[in-house]
Design a protein around this ligand. Sequence first.
Ligand SMILES: Cc1ncc(COP(=O)(O)O)c(C=O)c1O
Length: 437
Amino acid sequence: MRTDSNSLESYWMPFTANRDFKADPRLVAKSQGVYCWDHKGGRVIDGSSGLFCCPAGHGREEIADAVHQQMVTNDYVAAFGTAHPGQFTLAEMIARQLPEPINHVFFTNSGSESIDTAIKIALAFHRAKGEGQRTRFVSRERAYHGVNMGGTSLSGMVRNRETFHTTLPNVSLIRHTWDPSEPFVRGQADKGAELADDLERVAANFGGGTVAAVFVEPIAGSTGVLVPPMGYLQRLRDICDRHGMLLVFDEVITGFGRTGKGFASESFGVIPDMITMAKALTNGAIPMGAVAVRDEIYETVTGAAGEGAIELFHGYTYSGHPAACAAGIATQEIFEAEALYERAAELSDYFLDGIWSLKDHKAVRDLRGYGMLAGVEVHDDGVPGRRGGRMQKDLFWNGMHVKFTGDVGIVAPPFVSERSHIDEMIGCLSKTLDMHV
Ligand SMILES: Cc1ncc(COP(=O)(O)O)c(C=O)c1O
């Protein structure tokens, strides 16, 4: 067995320009707090909390200790038909943070698995109610719901679907909410709630009674932080109610404090039927996702099965893995003990002031933001996404990690950041933008 190779060839990197990366690699060798260190020893501030996963900062010993303890006490428990205490504890900790009547939590191992699970729960719910004809799903342009077949089918990003034709049938996309003619809107736009009426058009064209569920990210994150206009989410809720469609909030990015409250559902005052989550659930330390559902969904699906019968023929070998639960419990304890959601809410204005200080920069096309999440969109250089890709690299060597999608940098600092860290991030962004005029 080879163990001494320095080659980068064997590993096929996800969502990465492999050839380009391997010619000029950017390896992270260490991470602590809000910083990482590259393989040459350079310090890099983590402006995107990894991939929006690590609001409590890197290297949290409480999480590492909890996982270690769990591993030496009870390393794996069969996920089907048996259980361990951590699953119940964590499910309850999550449910306590969710709006009533969302009280039941199904564990997965990622955001993508959460989406596919939510799709299947929606189908199972309608079937249990005797409405098995509801097989259509609605999503939005510029949506990102992960990369499994369900999430790919709901994707509103052309590059994520054009190669993969074998996606789910019966998916309708409604428009996204970004208005390019109104740039630099901080927070929610006043106009645009009527875009939700696209959903009525789907109902008019296909029959409202054929739609199983509508999936939306309360703030579309991965495609560049598209904040919902005032009243938009409530309007979606009302239309869903009118037609018996389930409303699913994909809170894989917005969950666990990113909007200044536990969940965006609370920030925007709209209660969906299901909430998908992952990422910050374990502070990114161990892969884990979850789908939380209303009582009615859980009760209808479980109630429809015969006595002693399995109710939902779905689950993963690693659903609620002991290590993930230990990491999740320790993470939730940190969130509470350090009041990190409140801290995110307090820091948000300072952070967004910093982002908005870039407004007049020649390279900047638009700025969008809410809570501790902001999109910095640069003008393309003639080839969409090329400048963004170059900026991501330049930023890294200038000392900051930012996840870019196309020409939008998605800035999402850890909540444990101090104001000086925010200043450092804005300084790196400004310096790097200067290199791109
Ligand atoms: C809103 C949303 N849903 C789903 C996913 C997929 O999550 P994962 O990469 O953990 O599968 C992501 C990932 O960024 C996301 O932002």
